[in-house]
Design a protein around this ligand. Structure first.
Ligand code: NAD
Ligand code: UFG
Length: 332
């Protein structure tokens, strides 16, 4: 099967390309490298002995995408491309709406024109918004977000539902990711944000590596057992494998499904820092600071649908996630 992977040079996309190539799929990556390094395809080749076909291209550019569809004739699409920093989306909302929505629309128009009927989309736990209690279940309402980034995910899920409602042959899987961390065991692929990281694990590893002075834990006065926020951290390789399961499902069924990809277990910020220290043997210099605006106290997934529908569960432990994140920063 020929799979067009938008955003395939990014953190989750690159790990998914490895799984695709290792399982006999052909991967065609379209990425404008706005948040990825140019050598990612070389790294994928080092791991798999094969490389994806690569187009350095903005997915918003519909004419360029038409040419790629005409040449490559993909059987399915995995749509990772998008801007993803929550804080930044509040300062430059129009850029987020333009990039995330336009890229999706140009992609769907090409799918329609070239008869490509299967799409797996990178949605997020953020679509559950501030009012649903954890564990999040797919049947909960998903019509409120707390920031422009989150709204793009809510809107794109709706666009995909409308797209599928108008074509009974379409198959759409909206994968709602929780908090992916970890890295490929080779140390060749991982989460490597430019500048100061927003997310917890990249921040922890840079403090441990001496590249940043200290971690600030955003709040220890939440209504949680140790006062810090709880999230459902999952290994990026487990997450990547979930995309292959979603593709298999989409090949056999039409219609739209939303599926949570998480472990079903929550870890607090303190617990994650301690697990990292244990796995790496390195102390993480930290202080407790105030709450970060917009953070919700406790988020974790109900994963029963992923298991029942896709036959997928996250297998890797928090220790493996921490060890692989640390291995990546030391190999870079
Ligand atoms: P990432 O930034 O590493 O990867 C996204 C890739 O898309 C990058 O390589 C970037 O260069 C590319 N891109 C962005 N806009 C593009 C465009 N218009 N045309 C072509 N390429 C473009 O992010 P990631 O962590 O791998 O996330 C992948 C997807 O998963 C995103 O849609 C993100 O919103 C979603 N997601 C991520 C998380 C997370 O915690 N990492 C959680 C939930 C959902
Ligand atoms: N945190 C700190 N210090 C830091 C960074 C984070 O204490 O320097 C805390 C946060 O307050 C939060 C937890 O670590 O409690 C996790 O924060 P992240 O920024 O790593 O992740 P979020 O849960 O805020 O958001 C992530 C992605 C979103 C996605 C969401 C889905 O960044 O894109 O998961 O649940 F939508």
């Amino acid at each position: 099967m020929r799979v067009l992977v938008t955003g395939g040079a990014g953190f989750i996309g690159s790990h998914t390309c490895v799984e695709l190539l290792n399982h006999g799929y052909e991967a065609i990556v379209v990425d404008n490298l706005c948040n990825a390094k140019p050598d990612v395809m070389d790294r994928i080749e080092k791991i798999c002995g094969k490389r994806p076909t690569f187009y350095c291209q903005d997915v918003c550019d519909r004419e360029a995408m038409r040419e790629i569809f005409a040449k490559e004739k993909p059987d399915a699409v995995i749509h990772f491309a998008g801007l993803k920093a929550v804080g930044e989306s509040c300062s430059i909302p129009l850029r987020y709406y333009r990039n995330n929505l336009d890229s999706t629309l140009s992609l769907l128009e090409c799918m329609q024109e070239f008869g490509c009927k299967k799409i797996v989309f990178s949605s997020s736990a953020t679509v559950y918004g501030p009012y649903n209690p954890s564990p999040y279940v797919e049947s909960m309402p998903v019509n409120t977000a707390t920031n422009p980034y989150g709204w793009t995910k809510v809107f794109i899920e709706q666009i995909l539902r409308d797209f599928a409602a108008a074509d009974s042959e379409l198959s759409v899987v909206n994968l709602r990711y929780f908090n992916p961390i970890g890295a490929h065991e080779s140390g060749l692929l991982g989460d490597d944000p430019d500048g100061i990281p927003n997310n917890l694990m990249p921040y922890i590893v840079r403090v441990a590596a001496g590249q940043l002075e200290k971690l600030t834990i955003f709040g220890d006065d939440y209504d949680t057992p140790d006062g810090s926020c709880i999230r459902d951290y999952l290994h990026v390789v487990d997450l990547a494998k979930g995309h292959l399961k979603a593709l298999e499902y989409a090949s056999k069924h039409c219609g739209v499904e939303a599926v949570n990809l998480g472990t079903g277990r929550g870890q607090s910020v303190f617990e994650l820092v301690e697990a990292f220290e244990k796995a790496s043997g390195v102390k993480v210099n930290r202080i407790v600071g105030g709450r970060r605006e917009g953070d919700l106290p406790a988020i974790w997934a109900d994963t029963s649908k992923a298991e029942a529908l896709l036959g997928w569960t996250a297998d890797k432990t928090v220790e493996e996630m921490c060890a692989d994140s640390w291995n990546f920063v030391n190999h870079k």
